[in-house]
Design a protein around this ligand. Structure first.
Ligand code: GLC
Length: 548
């Protein structure tokens, strides 16, 4: 089957929600979130309108890297429950119309994985060549992804008597994906999770995974995609590829789009923050203009924040410093010299209009939006937790002890809850569910507006010229109509009026997020935006019977 034959391209218009089971809801009160807790929150996620859950690694692991250090690919870490609980979550999610993807972390294993334990014992181990060994590290060693923790990417293992390669932490030895036996083992992992019901994978660290020093690296990614397609015709691969567009595009494959199904748009994400810092839409506009055209089967994943640092590695040093100064003024908020360990609301000083403008924009950009748990209620970070733990604190369900995440002692939780102005006392699901003006209801409205606007996932994208540098106006032309989104990056007091004069085929202009009435005067529409204002306007043609 060719990937272009896939009919059910659900990912083109999906709303993703990423969570870590251990930080979501602790049902048995042992301090750690579990699958049973998650199963009790699927209705909540359904109400939000999520259509695909992305579960962060929940496999048995020493969790020295938040579970991205896997010790067994075929299990569930007992602190979260067992495989039965996992299957129950998948079944219930499917019943609620939600798909489930899981992390596929096969660039490396944990050093606790039995393959590595066997490999290091002897050169004759059948698993020795599962990893990458050298007697001496190369002189021109590449830099580690975690420069404050590691000097390089080779580490001497006493038991093995050789150095092994590790692109990330030293406790994460890289798998030798050039070895056919490793490829078979990875295929078994993929086949296993597809067989028990998952709808695809978030593929970790893809450029590292396929980097085997050889010539035909992308053939391996094609092979993975073909294998997924054979086992589940609607299986998706959402890849993490943080590279400039001209390099990133190759990871979608050829003109059929036969490698990764989706990729996060790290470029637009980083330029978004530069735009926010400058109160100028320009940097984001440049990125969107440079965004490569994708094959029909493929899609961009748009996001505001994720479980890692907000990486700014694709900005120039001056640009990065501008963003640092605006949003991470203290050294403790920065990491690896390239990123920020904060969530959006505190970065924007808790300004609800600014925060909402950013989410409105993200949902309106061509692609599919990905939420990181807690974003829907405007959670903040824990400023004194080390490293990326700051943005991985327990979900805030209610204004009660431990934010109603767990009934265990606070000392037994994976991370302490956020304190201060963004604590569960002030920011929690329960209060927001009852408040129609809350962030939760706003995000829910965005999800609903996205759901009735398939042109965002499928339509033809265009940036509309207009005179205000602080404003981004873009249009998505679908088969039934057109959506025009307007976003003002300038703050309070900087009202602007944008004239849209290219709407002559239309008979109606409908405000999707508000209830303003727009009158078209001979095809001309004047839209006034307040500081941080945003609008989604549907330009409906004659015959478009949609109510909204
Ligand atoms: C990815 C993950 C990150 C992890 C790294 C190593 O970048 O998002 O959390 O530390 O891979 O697996």
């Amino acid at each position: 089957m060719k990937v272009s034959d896939i009919s059910d391209m659900w990912w083109k218009t999906a709303v993703f929600y990423n969570l870590n089971v251990g930080s979501y809801l602790d049902w048995n009160d042992d301090g750690t979130g579990d699958f049973e807790g998650l199963s009790h929150r699927l209705d909540y996620l359904g109400e939000l309108g999520v259509t695909c859950l992305w579960l962060a690694p929940f496999y048995p692991s020493p969790r020295a890297d938040n579970g991205y250090d896997i010790a067994d690919y075929f299990g569930v870490d007992p602190r979260y429950g067992d495989l039965g609980d996992f299957v129950e979550v998948v079944r219930t999610a499917h019943e609620r119309g939600m798909r489930v993807i899981v992390d596929l972390v096969v660039n490396h294993t944990s050093d606790a994985h039995p393959w590595f334990q066997s490999a290091r014992q002897s050169r004759d181990s059948p698993y020795r060549d599962f990893y990458i060994w050298r007697d001496e590290p190369p002189e021109d060693q590449r830099a580690s992804m975690f420069p404050d923790a590691e000097d390089g990417v080779w580490f001497y293992d006493e038991a093995a008597g050789q150095y092994y390669e590790h692109s990330f932490y030293r406790h994460q030895p890289d798998l030798n994906t050039a070895n056919p036996k490793v490829r078979e083992a990875i295929a078994k992992v993929i086949g296993f999770w597809l067989q028990i019901g998952v709808d695809g994978f978030r593929v970790d660290a893809v450029p590292f995974l396929i980097d085997n020093g050889g010539e035909n690296e992308h053939e391996y990614l094609q092979a993975i995609r073909t294998f997924v397609g054979r086992r589940n015709g609607a299986g998706a691969l959402l890849g993490e590829v943080n590279l400039p567009y001209d390099k990133q595009i190759a990871f979608f494959g050829d003109e059929d789009g036969d490698e990764l199904t989706m990729q996060f748009d790290f470029v637009a994400n980083q330029r978004l923050y530069l735009s926010l810092a400058r109160e100028d839409a320009g940097p984001l506009v440049e990125a969107l203009r440079a965004r490569p055209q994708l094959a029909r089967t493929n899609q961009w994943a748009n996001f505001v924040r994720n479980h890692d640092e907000l990486t700014l590695d694709q900005l120039s040093e001056d640009e990065r410093n501008e963003v640092f100064e605006a949003f991470a003024p203290e050294e403790s908020m920065r990491i690896h010299g390239r990123g920020i360990v904060r969530r959006l609301p505190p970065m924007l000083g808790g300004d609800p209009r600014w925060i909402r403008m950013v989410y409105s924009l993200t949902f309106s950009l061509p692609g599919a939006p990905v939420l990181y748990y807690g974003e829907e209620i405007g959670m903040g970070e824990h400023p004194t937790l080390p490293g990326r733990a700051a943005v991985r604190t327990p979900m805030q369900w209610a204004d009660s002890p431990n934010g109603a995440f767990s009934g265990a002692d606070a000392d037994d939780l994976p991370h302490p809850l956020v304190s201060g102005g963004f604590s569960a006392e002030h920011i929690n699901v329960s209060a927001q569910l009852h408040d129609p003006e809350s962030m939760f209801h706003f995000v829910r409205q965005l999800v609903a507006a996205y759901a009735i606007s398939p042109e965002i996932g499928w339509g033809d994208f265009e940036i509309l010229p207009q005179p205000h540098a602080c404003v981004l106006v873009h249009s998505l032309q679908g088969s039934m109509g057109r959506l025009i989104a307007l976003h003002n990056f300038a703050p309070d007091g900087r009202k602007v009026t944008v004239t849209l004069d290219d709407t002559d085929e239309s008979t109606r202009a409908i405000d999707l997020l508000g209830n303003e009435t727009y009158l078209l005067d001979d095809g001309v529409l004047n839209v006034t935006l307040d500081g941080f204002g945003y609008r989604w306007i549907r330009i409906a043609r004659t015959g478009d019977k949609r109510l909204l």
